[in-house]
Design a protein around this ligand. Structure first.
Ligand SMILES: [Fe+2]
Length: 143
């Protein structure tokens, strides 16, 4: 089942919203690739994009939180490390021929993790990071 990004998922920062849209798109592509029975190579390449974009996005998000002086950066970053480890593990298992690595349950967990993370954890930094790193005004310090 696809997830659709909507304004209700906005964290108030266009760069991070754009990243979140891309991550959701890649996750939906992963779902499509599995559902339509694409080859292992095709699915592997989508998993690869998901893993790499996840890491790229988390680095950007953490840099923006640091720039904004967000006080809960360490705890947030720890959640990112946990998901990165999980996605790398899934990628390694899939590349190693483990077809169970991308079962429905695994993809459901990834989807739920990502949407919950954006809707709850990422939204909590929203007031700090509004437009930080976007070449417009600075964050408003949590107002
Ligand atoms: Fe995050």
């Amino acid at each position: 089942m696809s997830v659709v990004w909507d304004e209700g998922m906005s964290v108030g920062n266009p760069l991070l919203d754009s990243d979140h849209r891309i991550l959701i798109t890649v996750l939906n592509q992963l779902d499509d690739a599995r559902d339509t029975g694409q080859s292992r190579e095709v699915v592997a390449s989508v998993v690869n994009v998901l893993a790499e974009y996840t890491e790229h996005h988390f680095q950007r998000e953490e840099a923006i939180m640091a720039q904004a002086g967000y006080p809960h950066l360490a705890a947030h970053a720890a959640l990112h490390r946990a998901l990165e480890t999980r996605v790398r593990d899934i990628r390694a298992r899939w590349q190693g021929g483990d077809h169970g690595a991308l079962g429905d349950e695994v993809v459901d967990v990834l989807r739920n993790w990502l949407t919950d993370h954006i809707m709850v954890v990422d939204k909590s930094y929203g007031p700090w990071v509004r437009n930080v790193g976007c070449g417009t005004r600075e964050g408003d310090g949590g107002q």
